[in-house]
Design a protein around this ligand. Sequence first.
Ligand code: 5AD
Length: 348
Amino acid sequence: MKKIIDKLYNKQTLSRDEFIYLINNRNEEADEYLFKLARKRREEYYKKDVYIRGLIEYTNYCKNDCYYCGIRCSNKNADRYRLSKEDILLCAEEGYKLGFRTIVLQGGEDPCFTDEKMVDIISALRNLYPDCAITLSIGEKSYDSYKKYYDAGANRFLLRHETADEVHYGKLHPKNLSLENRKKCLYDLKDIGYQVGTGFMVGSPYQSAENLADDLLFIKELNPEMVGIGPFIAHKDTPFKDKKNGSFELTLFLLGIIRLMVPTVLLPSTTSLATIDKMGREKGILAGANVVMPNLSPMNVRKKYMLYDGKVSTGDEAAESLNHLKESMRKIGYEVVVDRGDNVRVSI
Ligand code: 5AD
């Protein structure tokens, strides 16, 4: 194990078989070894800084029906909401005052938010906060739509590929969605000039070690600025309600691997990680992550953006939860900074 981890550290890539070997043979000793190297690599580029992103979950309407997701259109128990432009601007204002310099608009694929509406919201944010990065996480759109949002002032886009295996993709999604289109979207976004984030769930139903190795190889090929991964967590109102949750330990292990494979990557310690372990956020950072995405959505809608059961939402106001986060990062030797937190590879 150590030999392969050393090779990854030095060469920043491995063969498919070597990735499979790592995944199938992970153990505590290998974890410690990997995480130490991952922290070392992370600190070469990002020191002990932790970047924060203000997440605004502006709609939980979604036209898609992904089998794993709590806001899939067939879930009649979901309590649907949309934020108005004014609500969104208020969230952003609060975030800015607290020191956030990246605003993330995340939502289901909600046709009510037409290109015109999105451009209006993005332009307003761009004018009000010229020093902030604007990140979109709003799903699959046409090249033209992505270009319009970019021209309006959006800089970054998060779109997890979910799984890089066609057959596995088909087991997680209904027929109208394809891996091919997902990949096309990611390459379109890159072509337009966005800083791009992709990623996958760890332990999603039917996932094999081979699938995970292919996810890693796809990430290597795409060479994104950001990668988001988190454990699959079952949601009670989905077809996957009885499926097993993903492994916390394997998620940490994969964070470490991704840090070594794409050394400058912006890598969040995700909410799903914090949901399955009460020290999840901290352990994610200690495995090589360098980003946290606190929730800026209004209190009354937070519980409604339920992608999976038990999704943590502190019940604290944004200010209070940010203080907790700062304190918890300080305790493990890291520091939340006021910064756009661009990838060091990107010159602005
Ligand atoms: N468990 C964990 N992650 C999930 N996501 C959606 N549903 C779940 C779930 N049940 C993730 C997907 C999506 C991101 C916004 O949330 O990977 O891309």
